[in-house]
Design a protein around this ligand. Sequence first.
Ligand code: T6T
Length: 326
Amino acid sequence: MKKTFMLLLLVSVMVFLLVAGASAADKKLKFAWCPTIDDPFYWMIGKGIEDKCKELGIDLFVSEYLKSWGAEIQVPVLEATAARGDIDLLITGPAAKDSLITPLKKIFDSGIEVITVDTYLGTGDYSKPSDFSFPLAFIGTNNFQGGVEVAHRLADMIGKKGKVFIETTNPDVSSVVERVEGFKKGIAEYPGITVVGVEYNLDVQEKAQQQVAAALQSNPDIVGVFGTNLYSARGAYQAVINAGLTGAVKIASWDATPDLIKALKDGQVDLVLAQNPYAMGQLATEWGYKFFTEKANVPKKLNPEFFFFTKENASLPESQKYIYQK
Ligand code: T6T
């Protein structure tokens, strides 16, 4: 009697374990995409994520595309997303490299994996243990390298001499900080070029325009401006148009929106660096999927390639795929 009971108990436990195991394996993954701002660059990351989720059969929750850039706006949205209780992986671009560490760590500690795209936490080195190394990966442009290359191209355009100005967004956002540092490093190789200033527009195009206009007034001999993202670049070339200096002041722009490419073709902008936001979204989703389904070792850093639009290649059919349009 006792033997039969023990046998029955053993069989029931085995059946329970099998059923529980099968339903855990069958559970559909659910990822969350929390866009940092409502702009064409972030739309393209979102498209990469959506397409890959469809392909792999992953459920996706997308939080609102935020109307302005900042930790105070982003954190409540991230917390509300985590509070849903059904998210396995959260993909986002931290709006600031230091102040987002604690809120994202809390989310991670609640059992949600994190991948940062476009921007990173801390120094961005997630390979060594630290208070910011908890994300599975950082997937974004090598912004420093891009900044260096922009500097060399702009230097060539201005005959390797004269004053240049940097229009950027924030002093605490990894992407643009690296662009500025890379640009300064590149320009330092030209003794004839001086960087006369750096201004921060907090992702507000009108502010960028005013700041560049003011810089052109106080330094009428500026010959080049680097706009480190699409708001900065738009503001920069508008200010140069208004000052009647198109052509005399060369504009190097970051981010390939249709309007910036048109401005390049029209001669109002002289260079445009295109990132690959679609690839960022695709890679984040794919590696997140491999992590959950195969326990894959996720590379801690992935840098999709960037591409330079110039007047010469802007109309070529093979360049069109780099423009940010869905
Ligand atoms: O340049 C991109 C992004 O890489 C950066 O971090 C913030 O600005 C953009 O979204 C463009 O507006």
